[in-house]
Structures are given as structure tokens and as C-alpha cells.
Design a protein around this ligand. Structure first.
Ligand code: HEM
Length: 683
């Protein structure tokens, strides 16, 4: 009997239990009739054509039953015919539609005897054939449970009050507060590990064309701390793409354009960029960047070696972002900006960084008329908004000009050929090249994604090690053992720094610079057994996932405590594979993770061996986006710096400049020359 039935897709792809509609062709019905006629002498009273849409391999089968049979007998005969031992509900196919193809299901069959009634209503040639389909009774899936409800005000609930408070609390970062309020590390989550939360305002949802967006999508986000939800999103990428379609994202694109990080995966620019750029950051390529990374680390150590022993070094974040910006631009764009050296000389950063920071600041809203003009903004005839906008437009143009200069210099062979810009100019994937107009977006995106993130995590790691001397000592011992008397790691040494990496990963767990990783619902469907609606946003709160007691408690104690042993290979093996996602996941995962790890380990090893950093007494580390940065970093980070006893720069308690070898001395002089040149350019 040929299979010609099919479950119609309902409600955006879900077949919903008893409301199933069967499509059965007239050929099928004819063959059922024929088979019954052939069997006319049978002593059986009922000939039932059965089919289970849930068993995809099952075709229509004929089941014969005596008149005295019960539903239990029917079930057994059906299981035997379909070769499946499952509990079914039975629905007689009740009637055809006008075109004769669609058959609707009748009331669920509770006893065989009620078939008599059905037989009586059927035309004579159907007398001995009853078609049955089975559908399991699936309870209608519920929506994702709501998080904490709104504060009741005079018997009403005002969503605006009822929702933003979930993100309020002791931390300056809303996601940290959300994690603490909704996914507390002590005990069971009061509303479950995935909740629907009101955003506090309407967010228009783009990119779905004429489709009808569920009203919830504009007001609610699904917040999760559940590794199984992440697992499901990874396994169904087409259902949960990353779209860049909210007001604030579209606003940001005004400056960042369609770069890899800030674009929708439906865009052609993302697709081409995605097939080309990650190649430039794979493990092998990253090793090729080792000389540049080491040069920037060396410059940093050299600058810090100029401090007096015990001196308080303030503005550590600024130092770290200078170093990481230099490293990522040097490796991906072939230009050394010498920001570390500039900082040492107390000079402003390279103009590329200044332009970038201002443009990004305005587009993410951290630079405003208030921060720019203070009280002056209230002066009559002083058009603060207009002034800021004008400055921003000029900055955008300047940024575009600088990127164009970099591209042209690369084209002329004046900058490194081993750069991402060179790869974007020369390489193609599936015959496609990066569109010329998209180069700008990719370059700016590498800056956004590639320097503050690493700098912030380095700052957290350094402070956490200063607070935990036992782990600092273990990291130092490892570095000494791996380096074997050298003062900086070679490219072969870096992978051996296992414990140093564990320290960095642990800091990244507690203080992920990307505080939420989002995906969008492509159409109404189920996630984790709950209904989610087209256009709705799923928001993985990294802080909450990374401190979920289900994955991070146990032998390591409080999930909020710093313990790099959580990342021993043994501990990692035993943990849920999706309990840790600081780099994002699936196709939208970070392309620079290997780069960041290599850079972080090189830097931390060099710092550990040269210096002992002591935290400022009474300092309480707080993550904040101070200075308008996009990634949370440790607020007002400062250290008292000492030469590491027994380390390479130790000399009677006073630090000596590190420029000891000829190469280093030459590099330092070259850097000063570059800074001088730039200074005369801009004057
Ligand atoms: C500690 C350092 C870093 C962290 C924690 C980090 C984290 C992340 C995360 C979570 C995402 C995914 C965001 C999302 O799904 O919405 C991402 C994407 C990305 N990262 Fe990183 N990142 C780091 C360093 C870097 C570096 C050094 C580079 C470049 C050299 C880089 C380049 C990118 C790019 C281009 C994307 C976008 C990928 C895409 O969407 O196709 N990141 N990063």
C-alpha cells in the first residue's frame, strides 16, 4: 500500500496532537477498498485502515478486528501492524473535503462499538472500511513562564515598573543584576531557568518582511541561564538566527556598518565575511601573529619597568586597551599604532583610536550632549544636539577616510601582506570576494570586537590573581617552569601555559565582556518545550549561565568564587558542554577566541615573571563600562607594582627599564620615531 499521507504543518512547523489533518489521496482510498473486497469472506467485522503520522516510516496498514474487540485489542493489533510499541489515541477519518483529498478527524475513539454509528453514516461501499489515524494526545505547549511580575500599583500592574526593576541592583551592569535577581546562585531559581521578561519599552523588530510579528516580540525577551536551551539553539540554527534588527542595533550600524559582529546573518556581507575572515584567525594563523603580539607585550613590560618599585599604577584599563588595540590592529591591519608607547610618553592615543572611540561612543549613547558639553548645553543659542551631530558626522567621514588609507596602503604593499585587510582584498570564497564597501564595516568591527574584550578580561584576571596569592603562585610556577629561565614565552611555550589559561578562562566566566548573546526566533515554534514567537529574542545572559549553580556549584563551592581549577581538563569533561559560552556559539561564535587566548597567555606570562602586582588595600572590584567602553571592565583598576623577586628586572628594589637587548632598544627607538612623525602629521 503506497504511503501518500502527510502531516500538514501547523502553527509554524509544529504538528499539534489531536488537531492533525491528514491528506490521503484517492489512490490510497481505492487501494483500501480493494483490499477489503479481496478479503470479503473474512470472519472479521471491522477492517480498519490505520496510520500513525508520528511514525514517519509507517504506511497505512489494514487491521482486522472481530466485532467484540475492544480499544485495547485495537491498540495491540495496531502496534503489531505498525511495528511500534506506543500508546496511541484513535481518531476515525470522518469526512472528505470538497476536493476529496483532505480528510478530517472525528471524535477520539473510546470503544470499538461506537464505530457502528460511524458505519451507519457512511455510503455503502465504505461499509467495511474505517480509516483511522492515530495521534498522541500532546498537551498544548505553554508559553515560556514569565519572570517576576510587575509591582502592583493600586491593583494594577504597570509593565514599565514591573520589568526594569529586574535589572536594577548593586551592579552597574544590568545583566549582572538580572542574573542576581532572577537566576540567584543560592538555591533554586524561583521562576525557572528560562523566563519571559518585559523589556520595559517597545522595540521594533525588523527583518521579517510582511510577516506578522507576535505582539510579545516587541515587548518581551526570553532570558535564559539554561545550557540545554543553548544546546537546542545550536542544533536548530535556521530556527534561531542572529539578526541585527532592533532600533539600537540599527542605530549602531550607522557607525559600524555591516561588519561581521554587528550584522544579521541574513545579509550578504555577513555571509561573505564569515566565509573569509575566520580563516585569518585560525590557530595556525594566530601563531604567525606571535611576533607582533610579543612585540606589544614587550613594549608594555618595558613601559611598566620604568615605574618605581611600590609605585601606584592607575588607569590600568587604559594601559590594557592600548596594548590590545595595538595588537589587534597590528595583526589584522598591519599598522603599529604605538598606543602603549604613547601612553608611556603621556601622549594622546593614535588618531585611529580617538576617532573610533568618539564615533562608537555617540552611536551607543555613552557620549551625549551632557558628557560633551556639560552645563554649556543649556546656553541659549548653543545648539548642543546639532553640534554633537555635526561632530559625529565629521568623525564618521574621518573614520572612513582612515580605513580607506589603510586599504590603499595595503594595496600598494606598504603595510603587511599578512593582514586581514590583505586577505579581504585578495581572497575569495565560493568565487565571492568581500564587497569593497563592506571592508570599512569589517575593519571597524574587528576593533569593536577585538580589543576591549581582551583588555577587560586581562584586567579582571590580574586583579583576581592579586586577590588570590595561592593561584598567582601556581601560575607563576608554571610560567617559570615553561619558560626555563627566559623572560618571555616563545610561540611554542604559549600552548603549554595550561594553568595561566585556566585563570584567564575563570575570569572570563565571572566577568564575560559580552554580557548577553542573542538569537531571534525565525517563526512560531517550540524551544525547550515552550512556545516562542516569530521575531522574539532569546537572550543568553552569560553571567547567569556562568554562575548557574547546576553547573558551577558542587565541589568548587560558591559559583561566584574565583577558582581556576574549575577549568582543569577533568572538571571541564564532567561539566555540561554548553555551560560556558563567553565566545558565543555556533556560526556566530567569536572568530578571535584563539587570538585572544594566545595574546592573553603571552601577556600574563610576561607580566607574572616580571612583576608582582598588589591590589590597592580596600579596593572592591566592580565591573563597569567606565569611560564609555562597550565591555564591562574593572572600575578604577590600579596596582602597586613591584619587581618580581627573582625575576628578570629585579634590581635592588628599583625597576630598571627593560630595553636590554639590541632588538628591543631598536624597537623602542622606532616606536618613538613613529609617534614623532604622527605628531608632526597632525600638527
Ligand atoms: C576575551 C576576548 C573576547 C571575547 C570574550 C569575545 C566574545 C565574543 C562573543 C561572545 C561573540 C559573539 C557575539 C554574539 O553572538 O552576539 C564574538 C563575536 C565576534 N568576535 Fe569576539 N571576543 C573576544 C575577542 C575577539 C578578538 C580578539 C577578535 C578579533 C581579532 C574578535 C572578533 C570577533 C568577531 C569578528 C565576532 C563576530 C563573529 C560573527 O558574528 O560572525 N573577538 N566575540
Amino acid at each position: 500500500m503506497a504511503e501518500s499521507s502527510q502531516m500538514l504543518k501547523l502553527a509554524g512547523g509544529m504538528a499539534v496532537g489531536a488537531t492533525a489533518v491528514m491528506v490521503a489521496s484517492s489512490a490510497l482510498k481505492q487501494s483500501l477498498r480493494d483490499s477489503v473486497r479481496c478479503d470479503a469472506s473474512s470472519s472479521f467485522e471491522y477492517h480498519l485502515a490505520v496510520h500513525c503520522p508520528e511514525i514517519t516510516a509507517a504506511t497505512w496498514q489494514l487491521v482486522k478486528l472481530p466485532k467484540a474487540a475492544s480499544v485495547v485489542d485495537l491498540r495491540q493489533a495496531t502496534c503489531a501492524a505498525l511495528g511500534a510499541d506506543v500508546d496511541f489515541s484513535f481518531y476515525p477519518v470522518e469526512r472528505e473535503t470538497v476536493d476529496g483529498a483532505c480528510l478530517k478527524l472525528g471524535e477520539e475513539l473510546k470503544e470499538i462499538g461506537c464505530l457502528e454509528l460511524l458505519l451507519a453514516t457512511l455510503p455503502p461501499d465504505h461499509l467495511r472500511v474505517i480509516q483511522l489515524v492515530f495521534a498522541r494526545e500532546v498537551p498544548r505547549p505553554a508559553d515560556v513562564p514569565s519572570g517576576p511580575t510587575a509591582f502592583p500599583i493600586c491593583g494594577t500592574c504597570l509593565p514599565i515598573l514591573g520589568t526594569t526593576y529586574q535589572s536594577k541592583g548593586p551592579y552597574p551592569i544590568p545583566e549582572y543584576n538580572f542574573a542576581q535577581n532572577v537566576f540567584p546562585t543560592s538555591g533554586k531559581y524561583p521562576w525557572g531557568s528560562t523566563v519571559r521578561s518585559h523589556e520595559g519599552r517597545k522595540q521594533s523588530v525588523g527583518e521579517f518582511g510582511a510577516a506578522v510579528i507576535h505582539r510579545d516580540a516587541q515587548y518581551f525577551e526570553i532570558m535564559t541561564a539554561d545550557a540545554n536551551i543553548v544546546q537546542e539553539m545550536i542544533s536548530r540554527p535556521a530556527d534561531f538566527p542572529k539578526l541585527w534588527n532592533r532600533d539600537v542595533e540599527v542605530g549602531l550600524q550607522d557607525f559600524t556598518a555591516n561588519g561581521l559582529f554587528t550584522s544579521s546573518e541574513k545579509s550578504e556581507d555577513w555571509k561573505t565575511g564569515h566565509s573569509l575572515l575566520p580563516r585569518g584567525f585560525n590557530q595556525i594563523k594566530v601563531k604567525g601573529f606571535a611576533p607582533q603580539i610579543l612585540a606589544k607585550t614587550r613594549a608594555f613590560v618595558a613601559e611598566w619597568s620604568k615605574f618605581e618599585a611600590g609605585q601606584l599604577v592607575e588607569g590600568v584599563n587604559e594601559w590594557l586597551t592600548a596594548m590590545t588595540a595595538d595588537a589587534v590592529v597590528s595583526c589584522s591591519m598591519g599598522m603599529d599604532m604605538c598606543n602603549v608607547e604613547r601612553l608611556g610618553l603621556k601622549q594622546p592615543p593614535h588618531k585611529f583610536v580617538e576617532t573610533f572611540r568618539f564615533g562608537l561612543g555617540v552611536s551607543i549613547g555613552s557620549i551625549t550632549t551632557q558628557s560633551e558639553y556639560g552645563l554649556k548645553r543649556f546656553l541659549p543659542f548653543f545648539d548642543a544636539e546639532g553640534q554633537l551631530q555635526e561632530k559625529y558626522e565629521a568623525t564618521k567621514k574621518e573614520m572612513q577616510r582612515q580605513v580607506e588609507d589603510l586599504v590603499e596602503a595595503t594595496r600598494r604593499g606598504e603595510l603587511s601582506e599578512n593582514s586581514i585587510i590583505a586577505a579581504m582584498l585578495n581572497d575569495s570564497a565560493d568565487g565571492k570576494k568581500v564587497r569593497f564597501g563592506a571592508l570599512y564595516g569589517h575593519v571597524v568591527n574587528l576593533m569593536i570586537a577585538g580589543h576591549e574584550t581582551t583588555a577587560a578580561t586581562l584586567g579582571f584576571t590580574m586583579q583576581l590573581l592579586a586577590e588570590h596569592p595561592e593561584f598567582e603562585q601556581r601560575a607563576l610556577e608554571e610560567v617559570r617552569q615553561v619558560l626555563q629561565g627566559k623572560s618571555e614565552p616563545s610561540v611554542e611555550d604559549v600552548p603549554k601555559l595550561q594553568f595561566v589559561e585556566q585563570c584567564f578562562r575563570e575570569a572570563l566566566r565571572l566577568y564575560s565582556p559580552v554580557t548577553s548573546i542573542t538569537r531571534d526566533v525565525a517563526y512560531d515554534t517550540l524551544l525547550g518545550g515552550h512556545r516562542v514567537y516569530q521575531g522574539e529574542r532569546i537572550n543568553l545572559v552569560t553571567r547567569a549561565l556562568h554562575t548557574n549553580p547546576e553547573y558551577w556549584g558542587g565541589e568548587f563551592g560558591d559559583p561566584l568564587s574565583f577558582n581556576p581549577d574549575r577549568f582543569s581538563p577533568e572538571a571541564v569533561r564532567q561539566r555540561h558542554p554548553n555551560a560556558y559560552h563567553p565566545w558565543g556559539f555556533a556560526t556566530r561564535a567569536c572568530i578571535g577566541s584563539q587570538f585572544a587566548l594566545f595574546e592573553a597567555k603571552t601577556f600574563l606570562a610576561s607580566m607574572l615573571i616580571h612583576f608582582q602586582l598588589k591590589g590597592v588595600p580596600g579596593y572592591k572590584m566592580v565591573a563597569n563600562c567606565e569611560g564609555g567602553g562597550a565591555a564591562p571592565s574593572p572600575e578604577k583598576l590600579a596596582f602597586h607594582i613591584f619587581p618580581r623577586p627573582g625575576g628578570p628586572v629585579w634590581s635592588d628594589g628599583t625597576m630598571k627599564p627593560l630595553c636590554v637587548s639590541d632588538t628591543e632598544a631598536t624597537e623602542a627607538t622606532e616606536a618613538e620615531d613613529v609617534i614623532q612623525d604622527d605628531a608632526s602629521d597632525s600638527s
